[in-house]
Each structure stands twice: as structure tokens, then as C-alpha cells.
Design a protein around this ligand. Structure first.
Ligand SMILES: Nc1ncnc2c1ncn2[C@@H]1O[C@H](COP(=O)(O)OP(=O)(O)OP(=O)(O)O)[C@@H](O)[C@H]1O
Length: 614
């Protein structure tokens, strides 16, 4: 059957292209590069090509051009390609195409495809992508996702319909197999999206169990922007001699539309700089801010509220429906700022460090400690939460690493939430130098202890893919004028206020919960109690004077720019080596648009900053 697939599914236009190539080579020795195949030329089912066109995809991306033909030929593929480069379509389309082809002659129903992802947010996104790609063949393709919060009976009836493709986290897939609700007996296609994460922590046992319940010869695709050593293990378990596509290498610097900066500063300075960036609207467009933990996310949100800067929160404590809703609303442009706690990445990094420590000293204690810390982490959190991996936030102008992640792969995935699908974007990361760590107790956080070391690792790993991070220094003197306001705001955001914000958020979720609606109808007293609780709750001290930036604090240029619709505020001075001696004064603030297609436009260039001279 595989052999047949090879012949039948080979891209129809390939021989034609080969012929053209030969002709053009003989006509002109310095021939032009081979034309890139279009979607119809990839050999996909025409209904899928139609759906792709409906989504506005004009031509396949690099990963789609390379991976789709291989998958259609029945090959296992191990693919490393840039974040936001279109990997989802690269693995979903060939599976759909093969199922459609088979169904044309054999209408038997069975689950032919299993797509495993590390988080429930990603499962939701992939499921929606499948639905969109099968718009013109919805009757033939029935997908299911196993990550919703539904009763077992509901899940069972969903699976009793024998979906063609199942999208799930490994844990939930295994649970359904164990309970005999899902059968993989006739499985043909397996995908591990964000493969390194799926394989590297928490899911290892589930993956082993899953591998045992699969038939031999399942065609496997593994995708990630960061493929690591764990893949060798997986490769051994799941793949038969896979084709390795390392497309990060093929991605030229000229294609780069992501600009990366780091800001070395003190622990309290990052609060000050963030306040300035967002209050003075130095970055235009939507922003995604990553912080290290849940408390920190509320703290930053409450801090911003002191200045009337609106933001919303994403963390593993929120119910999955709320998380999905926040992402959808952000994508519809309802919020400008999301503050996301990136617990998953931190766990990932911790786990890697633990493994390293274990292998170094091999002690029993280390193993025990590792288990304990794993248990601690699991408490109260949704282990299948994650927003730095794979989530397709739309039109993100900038990613701000308020707290630097602790591994370079986390960094790669976080910054990959901007500059997606050929758009431009910037990434700004705060880095606490070793000598400034622990100097401002109220804002100090353990995860930043080794920021400089992590930064060095990040720079090395980015350099491997032709990317670099540049330093930014903010003018201290101009920042100082705002410091007392920052301190006032920080003081108002007490631990109690954070705790209350956390419970308030959860209480609101309970009030909004569809599942509890019925219960509240039957128990109105409890509903009123829950509501009143909210009203009585203490809130953060509000300080009216912080809501506005007084004119006297604004430099002349900036004040004008701030009122303008399309000109970035320009309060900081750039002492670039080359430009230091340039006469003729400053250029007016340029307008910029981030997230648009086309040229590389860097909004932070509107800053006047001092480049580090060290
Ligand atoms: N051929 C195409 N033309 C235009 N846009 C595309 C194309 N393929 C995918 N996209 C869009 O690019 C965006 C990123 O795609 P996708 O989420 O699949 O990237 P990814 O490589 O999986 O990213 P990550 O590594 O973060 O998971 C999506 O909004 C998708 O709709």
C-alpha cells in the first residue's frame, strides 16, 4: 500500500518541472533558480487546494514545499523549521489528502490519524486548522479533539463515531485508549507536533504506552522549531528511517523580519522601563509579555492598572475555556497586551537541568529531589497548559521577555509568537546582570539569577540560525523622572492584592462557567454569596495621579508624538557609533507598523537609545 501511495501521490507536476528544469539548464547555463511549486503542484487533493486558497495562502512556505511531497510519498519526516513557518499545514494537509484518496475507493471508517501536541491550547488550534482545511470536504473528514473538559460519557460518544483524525495530548490519548474508547488498531499517520516537548517531560510514560498500542508501519511526522537529543529516542520508537529536514539552516538572514534586543538593567528598572514602554506607547500594536510565574503575571497586571494600562492574563490556573477565549479575543484585536506566565517552558528547562544533574552525579538523592519537585509543580496547575509553544497569536508586534526564560529553546519558542508567516516583529528581553541580582528584594525573582549565562546561550543558539540580539540601553536620566511613580505603583501592588486578584479572577470564572449555571439556578444563595464576596474583596489602592503622565515629564518631541496617531514616541537618545558624529540633528520620529507583511520595519528604531559600548 505504501508503495502504491508513493507512485500515486507523487506531485503531479514533478516530471513537468523536471523537464522544464532540464530545458532551461541547457538553454542557459547560469540558469535561474527553479520555480517554487504552487499548492496545486504539490499533489494535494483539489478540495484542500481550494481551502488553502480560501484562507488566503498564496504559495506554500518552505516547510510546506519540502515536507508535503515527502509525506504524500509515505515517508517518515523529522522536521526542524522556524516558528511561524507554517508547520501545521505541512503535516495536516498530506494526512487529509491521503485520507480523502483512500476514502474515494474504501469508505471503511477508522481512526487513521493521531496528532499529538503538548498542550490543550495547541490541540484546540490544530483541531480548528483541520476544520478549516476540510471546509470543502467536511463530510469526508471527521476530526475529534480529546482535550475539552467534558464528561467521560461525552468523550466516549465522540469517539464512538470513529473520527478520522484525533488531536490530543499524549496523556489524554492514552487515557482514551486505556479505557477502550479509542482504537489505534488501523492507525496510518502519527504526528508529534512540538515533538521535543511532547517527548521530553511528563509524557514519557504515556508515549511509551501509546507506542505499544500502535500497529507497525505507521507513517510518522515529527515537527518542531527546536529538535533536541530526545528525538533520537523517539525516532527509535516511532520512525522507520525518517527523512530529516533541517530547514532552519536554509532560512537566510535576508528573510529575517524579526529584530531582537536585550536590555541589561536592574530588577526594579525593568518595571520602570515596561511602564514607560506601554504608557508612552513606544511599541505600537499587540504585545505578548512573558513572565516566570502566575504571581508575577498578576503583579504586572496590577502594576499596569495603576497607570491605566489595560492587559489580560494567561496562566495555567485559568480554566481551559477561558484560556482559549483569551487567545481568540486577542487574535480579534480586543486586547493589546497579554501577560502570559510561561510555566511550561520553565518546567521544561528545569527538567532538562534535572536530567543533566542526574546523569552527572547519578545519585539516588538527585532522583528523589527531581521527583519531589515534579510533584510540587503539578499541584494546582494544568500540566497541559502552554502558550509559548505553537500558539498562533495573530499580528503580535512585539514579544517582551519581562523575565528571561531559563533555556534557549524556550526563548526560541517565545519569540516565535511574533514575526510569524512572513510578518515583521520585535523581541525585547530584560536581562538582570549578576551583580544586580537580588539587589531589589521586592521585585527579585529566582529564575533571573543566571540571566547573563542564559543570554550567552541564547545568543549562541540564535547565531547558529543567522540571528543576533542587539543591546539596548535606555537613557537613565530620562527614566529617573518617572521612578517615583513606578515606586508608588509597586508599593500599591502588595502580596495581599495579588492574592485577591488571583481569587477574584477565579471567582469570576466560576460565575461565568456554563457548567455551573444550572447549579447556581438551583442555589441562588450561593451565587449571591459568590458575587458579594467579590464586592467586599479588598482591591489594590488606586492612585489617581498615576493614571496620567504630566506634561512636564515628557520631552518636547515625545509629547507631540504621543498625541499623533501614527508617529512613535521618541524619548530616548541613540548614540550609535556610526551616528555619533552625524550632524544635522535628529530625524523626526518615523511612523511604523509592525505585523504587516513586506519589508522589515523595526518599531524600536524610533527609540533613541544608547548602544552599549562595552
Ligand atoms: N502558505 C502560507 N501562506 C500564508 N500564511 C500561511 C501559510 N501557511 C501557514 N500560514 C499561516 O502562518 C501562521 C503560522 O503557521 P503555523 O502556526 O502552522 O506555524 P508553525 O510553524 O507551526 O509555528 P510554531 O513553530 O510556532 O508552532 C498561521 O497563521 C498560518 O495560518
Amino acid at each position: 500500500m505504501k508503495r502504491k501511495l508513493n507512485q500515486d501521490d507523487a506531485p503531479a507536476a514533478a516530471p513537468e518541472r523536471e523537464k522544464k528544469k532540464k530545458i532551461s539548464q541547457s538553454e542557459d547555463k547560469e540558469s535561474e533558480p527553479e520555480p517554487e511549486p504552487s499548492f496545486p503542484e504539490l499533489g494535494l487533493d483539489p478540495r484542500l487546494v481550494q481551502a488553502v486558497a480560501k484562507q488566503g495562502f498564496e504559495k506554500p512556505t518552505l516547510v510546506q514545499r519540502k515536507a508535503i511531497p515527502l509525506a504524500l510519498q509515505g515517508k517518515d519526516v523529522l522536521c526542524k523549521a522556524k516558528t511561524g513557518s507554517g508547520k501545521t499545514a505541512a503535516y495536516v494537509l498530506p494526512i487529509l489528502s491521503s485520507i480523502l484518496r483512500r476514502k474515494a475507493t474504501d469508505p471503511t471508517r477508522f481512526t487513521a490519524g493521531l496528532i499529538l501536541v503538548p498542550t490543550r491550547e495547541l490541540a484546540d488550534q490544530v483541531y480548528k486548522a483541520i476544520q478549516e482545511f476540510s471546509t470543502f470536504c467536511a463530510k469526508e473528514i471527521q476530526p475529534a479533539k480529546l482535550t475539552d473538559n467534558v464528561a467521560d460519557a461525552v468523550l466516549r460518544s465522540l469517539l464512538a463515531n470513529v473520527p478520522d483524525i484525533v488531536v490530543s495530548t499524549p496523556a489524554r490519548a492514552w487515557k482514551s485508549i486505556e479505557s477502550s474508547a479509542l482504537s489505534l488498531r488501523k492507525l496510518q499517520f502519527l504526528v508529534l507536533d512540538e515533538a521535543d516537548l511532547v517527548l521530553s517531560y511528563g509524557y514519557d510514560e504515556d508515549m511509551e504506552s501509546l507506542s505499544r498500542s500502535m500497529p507497525k508501519g505507521v507513517q510518522t511526522t515529527m515537527m518542531s522549531a527546536t529538535l533536541s537529543s530526545e528525538l533520537d529516542t523517539l525516532k527509535g520508537i516511532f520512525c522507520r528511517n525518517p527523512t530529516l529536514l533541517d530547514l532552519n539552516e536554509e532560512f537566510g538572514a535576508e528573510d529575517e523580519k524579526l529584530t531582537q534586543f536585550y536590555v541589561k538593567c536592574g530588577e526594579d528598572d525593568k518595571w520602570l522601563i515596561s511602564y514607560l514602554i506601554f504608557k508612552l506607547q513606544l511599541i505600537k500594536g499587540s504585545c505578548l509579555i512573558f513572565v516566570a510565574d502566575i504571581d508575577r503575571s498578576y503583579r504586572l497586571k496590577l502594576f499596569f492598572e495603576q497607570f491605566s494600562i489595560r492587559s489580560c492574563i494567561l496562566n495555567s490556573e485559568l480554566p481551559i475555556n477561558t484560556r482559549i477565549k483569551v487567545i481568540e479575543e486577542f487574535n480579534r484585536g480586543m486586547y493589546d497586551i497579554i501577560i502570559a506566565s510561561d510555566e511550561k517552558s520553565e518546567v521544561f528547562a528545569d527538567e532538562a537541568a534535572e536530567k543533566e544533574a542526574e546523569s552527572k552525579n547519578g545519585s539516588k538523592h538527585a532522583e528523589e529531589d527531581a521527583k519531589q519537585s515534579k510533584k510540587k509543580r503539578k499541584a494546582n496547575k494544568d500540566e497541559e497548559y502552554g502558550v509559548s509553544r505553537g500558539i498562533d497569536f495573530k499580528n503580535v508586534a512585539a514579544v517582551v521577555n519581562f523575565d528571561l526564560p531559563t533555556s534557549s529553546s524556550s526563548y526560541t519558542h517565545r519569540i516565535g509568537r511574533t514575526a510569524r508567516a512572513g510578518r515583521a516583529g520585535i523581541a525585547i528581553s530584560f536581562v538582570i546582570p549578576k551583580d544586580l541580582y537580588g539587589k531589589h528584594k521586592p521585585t527579585s525573582i529566582k529564575s533571573c539569577e543566571n540571566d547573563e549565562k542564559v543570554l550567552a546561550k541564547i545568543m549562541r543558539s540564535q547565531a547558529k540560525i543567522n540571528r543576533k540580539l542587539e543591546p539596548y540601553n535606555f537613557s537613565k536620566s530620562q527614566m529617573e523622572a518617572f521612578r517615583y511613580r513606578m515606586n508608588d505603583a509597586l508599593r500599591a501592588v502588595t502580596k495581599v492584592a495579588i492574592r485577591e486578584a488571583r481569587t477574584k479572577e477565579l471567582r469570576q470564572e466560576l460565575l461565568r462557567s456554563e457548567t455551573l449555571k444550572r447549579y447556581f439556578e438551583e442555589n441562588p444563595a450561593e451565587l449571591s454569596h459568590l458575587r458579594n464576596d467579590g464586592e467586599l474583596g479588598r482591591t489594590t489602592r488606586q492612585q489617581a495621579h498615576l493614571k496620567h503622565v504630566p506634561d512636564y515629564l515628557l520631552p518636547k518631541d515625545g509629547k507631540t508624538a504621543l498625541t499623533s496617531q501614527d508617529v512613535g514616541f521618541v524619548p530616548f537618545r541613540k548614540l550609535d557609533k556610526d551616528k555619533k558624529h552625524r550632524k544635522g540633528g535628529k530625524k523626526p520620529g518615523r511612523s511604523f507598523k509592525v505585523g504587516g507583511r513586506g519589508g522589515k520595519r523595526d518599531p524600536l528604531k524610533t527609540f533613541k537609545v544608547r548602544r552599549k559600548t562595552k
